[in-house]
Ligand binder design. Structure first.
Ligand code: BTN
Length: 254
């Protein structure tokens, strides 16, 4: 592949391969294919630009060149709920941004990171589950590091960037910090401190939302996050329900 670059880094406690390409449809798609071909845990795949970046619920992730970080990691966890991987990745990104730029991010359950009320990062963990359990999980992370030159277009109401202007070397520094933090958290995904930090960064706490669960749609107030990382919602009839999949929209659809 033209312009394809390869490097070995220490990640997840071993030597791992990082691949970088200028352009791809989706790094999650590419890593999924490599996983099917038997690639080992710890493979990391970066792209400068994606033409079909994937988001949750069949949505796309806007991935223009020169402004973002788009990468996927291949994980082969023994016996883990992919939700725990999403939670750890969210905490890793938030810690890395704080360490690198001194900015405080909030996490919108389940997989989005917010800065100044705008989405600056999306996380997509896609797994293959067989009879033996979770065969592999592809963890995809997209961060809007700098505002794209042409703006976010129609996504402008929702999407934002960490910084308005590009800074040399920053994306590489941030990528290294995310991988380091994730590597440390992945050693013990059961550590209650991870969920504690995730809760502490909750963007939705106390807010009124519309929850989407299967075909059901209801208004509720966010009252917490339980020990399985499910979102706790108080419905208008006072009943508290736990949402472990699906999604919630804020009143203004953020
Ligand atoms: C979301 O917003 O719902 C999740 C977005 C995840 C985007 C990242 S970018 C790198 C990786 N490759 C993809 O196709 N998607 C993820």
């Amino acid at each position: 592949m033209k312009n394809f670059k390869e490097k070995i880094i220490s990640f997840l406690g071993r030597d791992c391969r990082i691949e970088t390409v200028p352009l791809i449809d989706s790094t999650n798609r590419a890593v999924k294919d490599l996983a099917e071909q038997g690639a080992p845990e710890g493979l990391v795949f970066f792209a400068e630009e994606q033409t079909a970046g994937r988001g949750r619920m069949g949505r796309s992730f806007f991935s223009p060149p020169g402004s973002g970080l788009y990468f996927s990691v291949l994980l082969r966890p023994k016996d883990t709920d992919p939700l725990k991987i999403t939670v750890a990745a969210g905490v890793a990104v938030a810690r890395a941004v704080q360490e690198t730029l001194g900015l405080e991010l909030q996490i919108k359950w389940v997989n989005d990171l917010y800065f100044k009320n705008k989405k600056v990062c999306g996380i997509l963990a896609e797994g293959l589950v067989s009879e033996e359990g979770l065969e592999y999980c592809v963890l995809g992370v997209g961060v809007n590091v700098f505002a794209p030159r042409a703006g976010f277009g129609e996504l402008d109401v929702i999407a934002g960037a960490l910084l308005e202007e590009p800074r040399d070397g920053l994306r590489a520094k941030l990528a290294a910090a995310i991988l380091n933090h994730f590597s440390a958290l992945y050693e013990n995904l059961e550590d209650p401190a991870i969920l504690q930090e995730y809760r502490g960064r909750s963007y939705l706490q106390g807010k009124t939302v519309t929850a989407l669960r299967g075909n059901e749609r209801f208004r509720a107030m966010v009252v917490g996050i339980d020990d399985t990382a499910a979102l706790l919602l108080k419905r208008e009839n006072g009943q508290v329900v736990a949402l472990s999949s699906g999604e919630v929209q804020l009143e203004d659809y953020r």
